[in-house]
Design a protein around this ligand. Sequence first.
Ligand SMILES: Cc1ncc(COP(=O)(O)O)c(C=O)c1O
Length: 345
Amino acid sequence: MRYIDLRSDTVTQPTQAMRDAMAHAPVGDDVFQDDPTINELETYAAQLLGKEAALFVTSGMQGNACALMAWTRRGDCVVTDPHTHIAEHEAGSYAQLSGVSLRHPQSVNGTMDPDSVRACLTDDSDVQIAPVTLITMENAHSSGAVLPLENMRAVYAVAQENHIPVHLDGARLFNAAAVLGISDVREMTQYCDSVMCCLSKGLCAPVGSILAGPKDLIHRARRARRILGGGTRQGGILAAAGLIALRDMTGRLTEDHENAAYLGKMLHEIPGVSVLFDRLDIDMVFFHTDWDAAKAARFPGWMLEHGVKVTGCFGGEYRMVCHHDVSRADCDTTIDLMRTFAAEG
Ligand SMILES: Cc1ncc(COP(=O)(O)O)c(C=O)c1O
């Protein structure tokens, strides 16, 4: 049975072109840096992202962890919005692996107030206070919202004034670029010193992310990746799919955004369902319901019985995500089921 899977854009299947490329990829040993397909991916990604060098990592989390390990020292402090993936969904990796603390400026859906960022910055003159040595932004943000380019520019200006590097968690960088109408992502990455972007998720590669930045940073990140056990041998098999993700898959993300906008609009018309339109920028639809706890608990199981995989209520919110393997017809099926469940389920 084919399920409609709206749990996340991480559930996308690799395309046939990816599977074919993986089967035929020339490979070497990446710990010796002689895997030709990984080398090709890293060179291509560095150029695409406008950075000196790039590193293929096994996941977005590993990319963020390598960035933090490479930019900071134990005891440092990182300024980031409180609801970033790094702050909330990486199992405290920042503390465990880098030994840093976090400080949060005022922000709305990931868009940080530049003056508040400035107020968070401390140097190492006061021994009572951990020095800030890194700022991170996340675009697109996990809330579903896209940060305006002007905000990225303003936060980066504050960072530069204070000689502090900026790391951009761009797990969904190309989604954000599509929403901002940017065809050359260097327009965004000019406002960060390092950037992580995922090849999986909406771009459909089965495994992998890229961390890009200055050469010396990427050298330190390569060591961090080794420490984390992320140095692959014939990893070119995975990089082959990553090359297709970057070359061929970024241009279609608008289709997912349009499906999400449609799904959101239609769900909002269902009595008891309120879509959070202020965060409906990319492929994610967040909504509240007026359902009681028992009905909320029945929801994922009922949808599954009817062929749709969804996550349950989390923090008072529900989320559905459109992606390559979800069509407009799948959205219509979901809307019909939701209408039935809301009325009778
Ligand atoms: C904003 C953001 N950063 C990082 C990650 C981590 O990516 P991965 O699941 O590949 O480790 C995710 C995952 O969904 C994410 O949404």
